[in-house]
Design a protein around this ligand. Structure first.
Ligand SMILES: Cc1ncc(COP(=O)(O)O)c(C=O)c1O
Length: 380
């Protein structure tokens, strides 16, 4: 059986008629950049997230860059960010001229509170928690830390559409929150896209201007700006997909719970570690990441591949060890042993909405077989 890492066709086939209608609407209106479809999507997405405003931009990376820039973060400033994230999180900080200070993650793969304390300096201006893999970071603790030290919080919610903690949604904690609509995300466009959610109306107005050459009135440029606008077509597709986001997230949760059940025996045998879920968390499983012994991880990945299961690693090289940081840009170094160890142990199993029972069973069976075989070799 062939199990791709994600199968977007499975969900898109269900929505083909809605996509066709969306395409025709945009084509007929010629409203290709911003416009009515974008405004409608911004309204419905902010309602979904629970923020007062959503501002559509060109990508999740741009959502982070624009937020940092609009908040005045730049040269000489430091921003605390986990090293265990996609490189776009620290790249956005570097893009505005500030320094990412890499910190550790906790057992839930999100920003560690104790590590933040150690990383704090006089230059620290902001914190960027990342709700990695679909689960919220420890937001009450991070909130308190930011309040105590007068720091701005910009959430990287690019992997967490619909996630919540204690009933409060990802995207409603920080002064600004960035979402990505890269196609494989829980809410993905049919191309690139992103959004910033905020409750701060002054910030929202600034961002609306900044995404469009710093202009609210044609050929009048009051602030420095960019070309980072959401396309009408992508907004129309996103609107169609948003109406099914909860259903798609639930389907991911069901896949994750079948994986957890099916692999629990191997966890008891210490052959793998399943994802841990915070108390009161609504985890939306953008990714299903297990840990296996570092000595056998790469071999397990190869054998899964041979069995037709396209697992991946998110992420094989921690950000602080990427050449862009380790060899080029100066950055304040923190010991990050946990992050480095994780990079050698993690493995993401395929997950997408509407995976079938047979597909899930096959992944569970093959993963178990391969782990038992290699577990013996390392004396488990
Ligand atoms: C955690 C995280 N931050 C930021 C981004 C950047 O989003 P985009 O690819 O839309 O620029 C991504 C997307 O992969 C991500 O996973």
């Amino acid at each position: 059986m062939e199990i791709p890492f994600v199968n977007l066709n499975r969900m898109h086939e269900k929505m083909r008629a809605e996509f066709d209608q969306a395409y025709s609407r945009v084509l007929n209106s010629s409203s290709f950049i911003l416009g009515k479809e974008v405004a409608a999507f911004e309204k419905s997405f902010s309602k979904f997230v629970g923020s007062s405003r959503a501002i559509g931009v060109a990508s999740g990376t741009d959502a982070l860059i624009l937020s940092l820039r609009a908040l005045g973060i730049g040269k000489g400033d430091e921003v605390l960010v986990p090293s265990h994230t996609f490189v776009a999180s620290p790249f956005a900080i570097s893009a505005v001229g500030a320094k990412p200070v890499f910190v550790e993650v906790d057992d839930f793969y999100t920003l560690s509170h104790t590590s933040m304390q150690k990383a704090l300096s006089k230059r620290t201006k902001a914190v960027m928690p990342v709700h990695l893999y679909g689960q919220c970071a420890d937001m009450p603790a991070i909130n308190e830390f930011c309040e105590n030290h007068d720091l701005k919080m910009i959430e990287d919610a690019c992997q967490a559409h619909g996630a919540s903690l204690g009933g409060k949604n990802a995207g409603t904690y920080g002064i600004a929150a960035a979402f990505s609509f890269y196609p494989g995300k829980n809410l993905g466009a049919l191309g690139d896209g992103g959004a910033i959610c905020t409750d701060d109306s002054e910030l929202a107005e600034k961002l609306i201007s900044m995404r469009n050459y710093g202009s609210n009135k044609k050929y009048h440029h009051d602030v420095f700006g960019f070309n980072s606008r959401l396309d009408g077509l992508q907004a129309a597709f996103l609107n169609a997909k948003l109406s099914r986001l909860e259903e798609m997230n639930q389907s991911r949760i069901d896949v994750a719970s079948s994986y957890a059940q099916g692999l629990s025996e191997q966890e008891s045998n210490h052959l793998l570690q399943l994802p841990k879920v915070r108390e009161n968390a609504h985890h939306v499983y953008h990714l299903f990441v297990i840990q296996v012994n570092a000595e056998i991880r790469d071999q397990v990945l190869k054998e899964l591949d041979k069995a037709g299961i396209k697992a991946q690693i998110h992420y094989p090289i921690p950000c602080h060890e990427q050449k862009a940081y380790s060899e080029q840009l100066p950055h304040r170094k923190m010991p990050l042993q946990k992050t480095e160890k994780l990079a050698r142990r993690i493995l993401s199993l395929p997950i997408w909405p509407y995976m079938t029972h047979d597909e899930i069973e096959y992944v569970v069976q093959k993963t178990s077989e391969i782990l038992v075989k290699h577990g013996r070799e390392i004396g488990r």
